[in-house]
Structure formats: C-alpha cells, structure tokens
Design a protein around this ligand. Sequence first.
Ligand SMILES: [Zn+2]
Length: 192
Amino acid sequence: MSSGRRVFYRRHKMKIALSAGHTPFRQGGETGMISEYGLTMVIIGDLVFRLQKAGHEAWIIGADSNLEQIKRINELDADCGLELHFNSHTGDKLNGTEVLHAGSEKGMLLAECVQKALVDRLGTKDLGIRLGHFQGNVTKPIIEMLKDTNCPFIVPEPLFLSNIFDLSRLDPAGIAIALFDGLITYFSRLKP
Ligand SMILES: [Zn+2]
C-alpha cells in the first residue's frame, strides 16, 4: 500500500520554473511605497517554499535577460513556468486579474487554472486569459518568454497597482497560495 502511494507521488512531482518580474534596476510599475519588483520577489519566494514543501522542484529563474531566462528554462526541462507581474495603468480606472499565455493547448489550460485560482481567492474582476504573443508581432520583450520556452509558460497579472479597489485586494500570501493552487490544479487536469 505505502509503496504504491510513494510511486504515485513521485510520478506527480513537477519541475517548475519561476521568475519574479523585473530587476533592482528596472523595478516596474509602482504606487506609493509598493513596487512591482518588491511584490513579485516576496510572492515568488513564498511560492517556491510552498511548492518545495509539497515535494516539487521549484527553480527561480533570474529576470536579468529574457534570452538567458529562456535558455535556463529549456535547459532545466521544466514542466511549466511562470513570470509574475502586476498591471498598472496611467488612468486609475482599469482593474482586474488576467493571465497571459502563448496559445498552446497546455499553456491555455495552465493560464485558465491560475486565472480561476487568483480570481476566486482575491475577489477581483475576471478579465480572463489572453494571448500575450502574436506571431511576428512581439510588442513586449516579456512575450519572448511565452513563445520561446519549450514548456507551457504564463504571465499572471493578479491586479492593477494603479487601482484603489485592486489595491484593497492586494494580499501577497493569498496570491502565492492561489498560484500554488492553480499549478496543482493544472497538473491534476493534464491528460496522462
Ligand atoms: Zn511588470
């Protein structure tokens, strides 16, 4: 009995590549005291701990150069990956949660699982999943990571730092838990 259970867990161990969006030199969107980089660092660190505690392999991929990141993710032969970002907009009206994907079947499933987990936990407006890459029209550098990684890769944007309602929903631990739940749901829904 117990050996059968161990085999089950071993088969379901995942290798996940994680990146905190931005760097100390390009900290991304910010509002008042809260920078996008500071937030993504805290949440990705928390997520790595949760995944490793649950027996998975979680690797942090530095966000210094997209090309380096892509190379590292592909060398790792990861099952899937994500780079966390937060939206912001010059107006303060836009709000809600979205997840960018690259259009593959698995990538869309991963995006859907993470989107649902984020909206359920944060109570934010559901903006849905969105194709972050249009072939031949790479408008944002981050999108290279969606299209050039061998594994399904997504960019979750849990909320808008520029919106007062979304800021009231900001919960770093809750976001880490939602990302964890979304990843676990994704793996449970993959066809063998
Ligand atoms: Zn960003």
